[in-house]
Design a protein around this ligand. Sequence first.
Ligand SMILES: NC(=O)CCCC[C@@H]1SC[C@@H]2NC(=O)N[C@@H]21
Length: 478
Amino acid sequence: SNTFIAAVYEHAVILPDTADEPVSPDDALALMNSNMDVLEGAIKEAAQQGAHIIVTPEDGIYGWRFTRETIYPYLEDIPDPAVNWIPCTDPTRFAPAPVQERLSCMARNNSIYVVANIGDKKPCNSSDPSCPEDGRYQYNTDVVFDPEGKLVARYHKYNLFIPETQFNYPKEPEAITFETPFGKFGVFTCFDILFHEPAVVLVSELQVDTVLFPTAWMNVLPFLTAVEFHSAWAMGMGVNFLAANTHHTSVSMTGSGIYAPDGARAYYYNMKTEDGRLLVAELDSHPRLSATFPPAVNWSSYALSVERFSPNDNDFGGLVFHDWFTFTELAKPEGNRTVCQKDLCCHLSYKMAEKREDEVYVLGAFDGLHVVEGQYYLQICTLLKCKSTDLNTCGQPVETAQTKFEMFSLSGTFGTNYVFPEVLYSGVQLAPGEFKVLSDGRLISKTRPTKPVVTVTLFGRWYEKDHLKQDPQLPAFS
Ligand SMILES: NC(=O)CCCC[C@@H]1SC[C@@H]2NC(=O)N[C@@H]21
């Protein structure tokens, strides 16, 4: 088919009690069944609305706050999908697997692909020198059941986030894909999105059409809020992206969406209540063949072709999520500005509807290794609103703004081809259809932005540089 209906469910996970001791297998299953009761309602509703596939969140069935020992009763042995297993119709073929059986039946009874995140356990012994002392590997695992209830994909998360000490890293990254009548799918989990393997491999080498993305994502403004970054990754990589987040506002977890390469089809961000939400939207099965598929981009073409727009007399520094940026203030209501850090020069042309006295915007550049909660090399050009009119607050998280822009055009001399374009309006709102990337690398407003701007960002990832030693992040202007 040319199109299909996708669903994602943001789930307010029912968490286990914080206990230091492992619970019984029955208690673990009871907690997981409470969560699956809610997921089953969402799956039924999605199927009734015609969805062909539904994605549910990372940690959506057992929650978090586990040690290696306390998660054990929640784990099941998940076989390689090559065994051709329908747990719903053949539940006793392997060791008891009540969670896989129930997920399989939900898929089968509703004739829909179901994507879920559960825990896998694999026994090992001393013949394996890497075998953990407790005699088992434990993996954060995505599973996919087809509309017959057959297990068609199993993915072990490769880039564990720092607190996930309950799980092991798989020895090698797994690039997991499967074919459907509506395109080729790939799957990875949460923190994986910031790294080359397996995320970029799935798109650039294996040419998937749609990525399935269970996540438990804590939002970090100004660049790493879920809806902002996940929609930007879909656009930068040219794929559909189905992101299902957990919903838990006390740790800033919210933000799910159905994203196409040219913008969001549906998204949900809600820090006000603890409600989950089902999203359903239509997508192209093969976005690369669609008339709206964005053109190939040379990310540095425009920026390398122009001279510096402005002198660097008044540049200053500031921290953005632990990274030392070089900033220049946008003091006039319109203009052309350049700011550089190391090899990255960022150019901005902009026009504000009016220059407000109570809001300050800057153009910023960062070219360096990010080292907090993981190590990854970034090149970032950004137009952002400062928290207050004090320039020392530039880079601190900001959610709202009042300044409307007539236009913006942002570009940079990137050394990487992997650049993710973000536009965030006041109130953590996306701007689908209101901006685009030209083939020469400029991120431009298509029409006059309809809402006040919080950030416009080109978020570049330079994967080859991830293993460099950290540069001392000193102000380049001092
Ligand atoms: N479950 C996960 O793997 C969560 C990782 C995503 C966290 C994103 S990426 C780095 C930022 N730090 C955060 O606390 N949230 C952001």
